[in-house]
Design a protein around this ligand. Structure first.
Ligand code: ADP
Ligand code: ZN
Ligand code: ZN
Length: 886
């Protein structure tokens, strides 16, 4: 286990107005003075900086009689005011342009222990590892307006005050405060109100200090007001729908839906769900089947109340896994590798129960909110009110309330997306990352480009609690970690031994770094995994079938309709399909140097400023290798040599043409934008309002729909040939996950994958559910080219409005980097190259890739050089361990 120290790099922040200069002065006389950097709660609009509402770090000195620790809430002088602030980190550096005398002392510690003690170390660790200023990390971690809403208050310590005669020796301002507080029924008043009544900040402080010294009064940070209970109408089922005789068919349906919601729902949500009017519900209320009732609506996002359920009797594999998890006391990393439908969630639920009993909280991270309603329901059914949801889709008020509630009410369970890793739970007994392989755990922008799995690992180590990584298709990083090979995003890579392809024993413990490998190799009730059928689309072309659906998939859809079963049709996202391949032989154009597919580009040549000419080109996004787009396949000379695309729209049109009676629900980012859309669409599908769910990536993420027997993948090729070294891993994970949606209920499942390259190793591995052979081969390839998880990648992403300037800056940066690489032989600079999608939102994008050999670590200050020479018009993003390039 590694320990975390505050980084010794120079300050990146300064007194207001000063530049972000670094100052490496280390005059020994300063060491005696205790300095602390604080985040000041500046009222919005008070302090104009480039970014709106940007929080600031300022340096203050700590008076000898006060003890300040990171995370304490402070009161600090700021101009003519006293403001609330959070202590962030001790420092020995005086901000440039200031003398020691100009640094003001901290006024007071208002509140301690609002954040877990290691919390600020964690943020510091993220700042260092992800090469991002600390203040940006703080902005990512804390909900907006956290400080703004907290209020400093003063209360009397009633039992410490002598019964009489105090007037005779108290100074007037102290006496005034005492009297004001005594006159107040709660013996307590806000600082702002006191100030108004006492007559200004100065006298209030003087008076208060006197009372404080005597121990008669103290100040504290107001706990948030019990959230203004909002009243809202709920609809509750009070009779069995089956016994309802005097109702219409539609009313009967509405009752059934209410029953399937667990018998209770918020009226507004419910009306949306059944697409009915409130008069229908009112009629049902008059007939005595439902009850309408005003209820308190807390701003805590807890999901819909569920009928309580009980722990399920575990299968032997589940029991095994749970026993090992339950025995853990301190930090451990557990890879829970369970095939789709093997009951991982039940293991999480039963692992959490004893944690709560010990008075500790648990944190559950999930990839996307689309998946959360179902999962949240299961947690709510088991743990009721102890479950809260936290993600960036909540309103500011909800986020704030949930956050404050986390710092007060323990123990609890937070379910959330990536950013919930910053939930200030303490003590924390368990962290779970469900679907840990999912790339949405990595933040793309803005900086810090953190991976929640890395942060979770650091957090679990600091809090000394277990971390469970659950997946049917573990990431290569996690696989390598459990089978005893260091390759994880720790600040310094440890020595890497020679690669030795041994697999972890199920339920084994790796001695190297407290890692456990737990396996759930079977589905619940020994249901079989659905067989995967691969359709060779080249054959279809030969048989003159030009449709995007093979005859086999067409027959399967036909059957679906006849048998009244349900299916899922998966379409790879449009826009990513920029690779070029042959429809006759499957040949794919690849970069001769980088082992990734080349991407199709329309390059507009405008060199002479006279004519514009569109030149179709193929490019590598790593090294900028390029060649002209060939008219015919270089392998078989076929003219069917095309770049790809089969968007949702096209598939839906074709379905409408071939199967006009098939009822569809589109499930993609276009149709799930509104709040609750996921829940509503999935509930409608579960109620069999549609036969087919057609959608993109979202479908792959943990949906547990018992009615689905058929899964179709329209074209696997878009996934296979992304211009990215991770393409194979991602394709394998996506295909196995989407296949895993079939056959989870009574009906056996069936999976049909269409592709032009059926011999592709990914397709082969998916067809036979061969996780381990696939992963080991993939690892070998990665190792040969020093790709992660062996070597490390850092992407420098530049963007700007002027294409020439972006390119020029990229070239300049490359020069600087090449000279750094001359000193560090383990560093390879690849590029610069244009990003896969050259222009986004009018900004041109170029990138440079740094490749570090295993065991190398690049000092963050080396890259800061680049920020310094970066022109103002160019934006530079440093993405450490990038998952997507471009
Ligand atoms: P996974 O997360 O591994 O894909 P789930 O946890 O969603 O699998 O479990 C699949 C289904 O099996 C769910 O409907 C769940 O309620 C059910 N299930 C899980 N464990 C058990 C068990 N021990 N006994 C009966 N049913 C179970
Ligand atoms: Zn060909
Ligand atoms: Zn290349």
């Amino acid at each position: 286990m590694f320990t975390i120290t505050f980084d010794q790099s120079p300050l990146k922040v300064a007194e207001a107005g000063a530049s972000y200069n670094t100052n490496s002065s280390s005059d020994n006389s300063f060491k005696e003075i205790r300095l602390i950097e604080v985040l000041v709660d500046i009222p919005a609009g008070q302090f104009k900086s480039q970014d709106r509402d940007e929080p600031q770090l300022f340096t203050y000195s700590i008076p000898t009689h006060i003890n300040v620790e990171p995370g304490d809430i402070l009161s600090v002088p700021f101009g003519a005011m006293y403001l609330g602030a959070i202590a962030i980190r001790p420092t020995t550096q005086i901000p440039p342009g200031l003398t020691l005398e100009q640094i003001k002392p901290v006024d007071e510690v208002v509140s301690k222990g609002l954040f877990p003690p290691y919390y600020w170390q964690l943020l510091q660790q993220i700042a260092t590892y992800y090469q991002t200023p600390l203040i940006q990390v703080i902005r990512t971690a804390l909900p907006p307006g956290l400080l703004r809403r907290s209020q400093r208050r003063v209360r009397l310590c009633v039992d410490k005050i002598p019964p009489s005669g105090v007037e005779n020796f108290l100074h007037p301002p102290a006496l005034k405060i005492l009297q004001l507080l005594q006159a107040n029924k709660s013996k307590d008043m806000s600082w702002a109100e006191l100030k108004k009544k006492v007559g200004g900040d100065y006298w209030t402080r003087k008076g208060y200090q006197d009372l404080l010294d005597r121990g008669w009064a103290e100040s504290y940070l107001d706990t948030p007001k019990t959230v203004q209970a909002k009243q809202q109408l709920a609809v509750i089922l009070i009779a069995d729908p089956h016994s309802a005789v005097d109702v219409t068919k539609r009313q009967q349906e509405v009752l059934q839906i209410l029953k399937s919601c667990g018998g209770e729902a918020w009226l507004s949500e419910f009306l949306r769900l059944c697409k009915t009017s409130s008069s229908t519900v009112k009629t049902l209320a008059q007939k005595g089947y439902v009850l309408l009732e005003e209820r308190e609506m807390l701003r805590l996002a807890q999901g819909i109340e569920q009928t309580p359920d009980r722990p399920k009797t575990l299968t032997p594999h589940q029991t095994n896994a749970l026993n090992i998890i339950n025995q853990l006391s301190g930090f451990a990393e557990i890879l829970l590798h369970g095939v789709t439908g093997s009951g991982k969630t039940e293991v999480y639920l039963q692992a959490i129960a004893p944690i709560l009993e010990q008075g500790k909280s648990a944190l559950v991270l999930v990839p996307e909110i689309g998946l959360t309603p179902q999962l949240t329901d299961r947690f709510r059914a088991r743990f009721g009110e102890k479950v809260c949801v936290y993600h960036s889709g909540l309103s500011e008020g909800e986020r704030y309330d949930t956050w404050r509630n986390m710092t007060r009410q323990q123990p609890q369970i937070i379910i959330g997306t990536r950013s919930a890793i910053f939930a200030p739970l303490s003590p924390l007994g368990l962290i779970i990352l469900d679907e840990e392989h999912d790339s949405s755990f990595k933040q793309d922008r803005p900086a810090p480009c953190y991976h929640a799995r890395n942060v979770a690992l650091w957090r679990a180590q600091m809090e000394n609690c277990p971390l469970i990584l659950g997946s049917a298709t573990p990431s290569l990083e996690s696989w390598v970690a459990v089978r005893g090979q260091q390759g994880r995003g720790t600040p310094k890579h440890q020595n890497i031994e020679r690669f030795d392809p041994i697999s972890p024993e199920p339920n084994s413990k790796s001695l190297i770094n407290d890692c456990y490998y737990l396996s759930l190799p079977e589905r619940i009730q020994s249901r079989p995994l659905p067989p995967v059928e691969v359709v060779d689309m080249r054959q279809e072309l030969r048989q003159k079938n030009r449709s995007i659906f093979s005859s086999r998939l067409q027959r399967a859809l036909q059957q679906l309709q006849e048998r009244g079963q349900q299916g899922i049709l998966f379409i790879h996202r449009r826009g990513h399909s920029t690779f070029v391949s042959c429809r006759s032989c499957g040949y794919v154009m690849e970069c001769p140097d980088c082992d990734v597919s080349l991407s199709y580009h329309h390059i507009v040549e405008d060199a002479l400023q006279t004519s514009r000419q569109v030149v179709p080109t193929l490019r590598c996004h790593y090294c900028n290798y390029g060649e002209l787009y060939p008219q015919r396949c270089p392998q078989c000379d076929s003219p069917y040599f095309k770049h790809f695309g089969s968007g949702t729209q096209r598939v839906v049109e074709e379905l409408g043409r071939l199967f006009p009676e098939l009822r569809l629900i589109r499930f993609d980012s276009d149709t799930t934008r509104t709040k609750d859309a996921h829940r509503i669409l999935l509930t409608r599908f579960a109620q069999r309002e549609a036969d087919l769910l057609v959608g993109t990536q979202m479908l792959t993420k943990g949906l547990d729909l018992a009615g689905v027997s058929l899964v179709g993948v329209v074209s696997a090729d878009g996934l296979l040939h992304l211009s990215d070294y991770r393409a194979s891993e991602r394709a394998f994970q996506t295909l196995l996950q989407v296949a895993g949606r079939a056959g989870r209920g009574q009906d056996p499942g069936r999976v049909i994958i269409q592709t032009y390259t059926p011999e592709h190793p990914v397709i082969q591995a998916v067809q036979h559910y061969q996780y381990q052979p696939f992963v080991e081969r993939e690892l070998q390839e990665r190792q040969e080219l020093n790709y992660p998880p062996f070597g490390q990648l850092i992407a420098l992403k530049l963007s700007g409005l002027n294409q020439a300037e972006v390119e020029q800056t990229a070239e300049q940066f490359a020069e600087v980097l090449f000279s750094i690489a001359d000193e560090i032989p383990e560093l390879e600079v690849v590029g610069p190259a244009p990003a896969p999608i050259l222009r986004v939102a009018n900004r041109y994008r170029w990138q440079i890739l740094l490749k570090l050999l295993p065991g190398t670590f690049i000092d963050p200050t080396r890259l800061e050089q680049l920020q310094e020479v970066c022109p103002r018009s160019i934006r530079l993003m440093i993405d450490v361990d990038p998952l997507h390039l471009g």
